[in-house]
Write a protein that binds this ligand. Structure first.
Ligand SMILES: C[S@@+](CC[C@H](N)C(=O)[O-])C[C@H]1O[C@@H](n2cnc3c(N)ncnc32)[C@H](O)[C@@H]1O
Length: 356
């Protein structure tokens, strides 16, 4: 088994077998758009009897829900093996499959971070008029386990790009159409080509430049096309050679976006928030203790955001200054709290972005 996966490679074959041939823990981000098992029986027709271009491909056919579940479990396990401990996985699906996928991924240890709803600006109408027009798909974003930490979430970038408002989990994008839709001999090259804008948001918010992204269900190559544009590396897999060929020629035509240094964010000062707002938002609670590492100094938090230690009460900065007998002290980078989820001490400074 090779230890270094080949970057920017297209692999043709079954994704479970091919993921199992990759080294363990080599992938930063997985985006998976698996078969939805849409269970369409017979051609769909419009009221004027013309046929609707629906997803009836053989790769979307399963004989039973049990067979679909078995397939889902096997690819999710293979994906988990290749994912770094700090990596995350996205799976997109519809009501046909996403509940089953979500339940299986929880059963095998993944920890769901979000269920992002892609609301389609231009959904396909409900032809038979027997139920509501289905206007959304769901994307589950998960880390490897409840305990895993250090995953990439470009919180500040997402917020800044969203008019300084926290990015929410309802995303509005149109379905893939017009010039973006790849056609071969006048027909859609792939029945489920996803819009690039959707992948742009996924990749830019949850990966870094130079990361290795895996798409085990390549199709027309939307994930790898956007990954290339955004300066990420990729590995992609599809059972069908014709799709791999379409994706490869799509990527060959891409001019990567100019990469802006990550350091521009790292250098930016942390948000100026008060310690009181950390207590108000419940990230730390009155009565909880803070400590200064490598000393015996321990302080108790009050409900107004002041702290108290050895009969001294004041701000995190003032109490730190007095205890350490220094001219000044930055309380944010001095005091630690106990992070129960990850069973470790953390600087209170880490909470500054969380309470924004
Ligand atoms: C929903 S489509 C992906 C569409 C893609 N996201 C796009 O934007 O074009 C799923 C793809 O998975 C492939 N596929 C299905 N089962 C597979 C398997 N076991 N291993 C590898 N590829 C598979 C199909 O050939 C199909 O192209």
């Amino acid at each position: 088994m090779s230890q270094n996966p080949t970057l920017n490679s297209f692999m043709c074959g079954d994704c479970v077998e091919l993921m199992n041939s990759l080294p363990e823990k080599c992938i930063d981000l997985i985006f998976a758009d698996p078969p939805y098992n849409m269970q369409l029986e017979g051609a769909l027709q419009r009221p004027d009897s013309t046929e609707v271009d629906s997803v009836d491909d053989h790769w979307d056919q399963f004989t039973s829900l049990a067979e679909y579940d078995e397939f889902t479990k096997s690819w999710l396990l293979a994906a988990r093996r290749v994912l770094k401990d700090s990596g995350t996985l996205w799976v997109i699906g519809s009501y046909h499959n996403i509940y089953r996928v979500g339940s299986i991924l929880q059963d095998i240890g993944y920890w769901i971070l979000n269920d992002v709803v892609w609301i389609k600006n231009n959904p396909m109408p409900q032809m038979k008029g027997v139920r509501f027009c289905n206007a959304q798909e769901t994307m589950l974003w998960a880390k490897k386990s409840q305990q895993s930490s250090g995953y990439t979430f470009n919180y500040r970038g997402a917020k800044t790009g969203n008019e300084d408002l926290q990015m929410r989990s309802d995303w509005y994008f149109g379905i893939c159409q017009g010039g973006e839709r790849i056609m071969v001999d006048g027909k859609k090259a792939h029945s489920t080509q996803k819009p690039e804008a959707l992948l742009h948001r996924v990749i830019s918010t949850t990966s870094k430049h130079g990361d290795l992204i895996l798409d085990p269900f390549c199709g027309s190559g939307t994930t790898v096309a956007v990954a290339t544009k955004l300066g990420r590396n990729f590995i992609t897999i599809d059972r069908e050679e014709r799709y791999i060929n379409i994706a490869r020629s799509r990527v060959e035509q891409i001019v990567p976006t100019r990469i802006v240094s990550e350091a521009e964010w790292a250098d930016a000062p942390p948000p100026r928030i008060s310690f009181a707002s950390v207590v108000e938002s419940g990230l730390l609670k009155a009565g909880q203790q803070l400590k200064i590492k490598n000393t015996n100094f321990v302080a108790t938090i009050h409900e107004d955001g002041s702290i108290e230690s050895q009969g001294v009460r004041g701000s995190i900065h003032k109490v730190g200054t007095i205890l350490l007998k220094q001219a000044s002290c930055n309380g944010w980078t001095t005091w630690h709290y106990y992070d129960e989820v990850n069973s470790c001490d953390r600087l209170i400074n880490d909470l500054r972005t969380k309470s924004e």
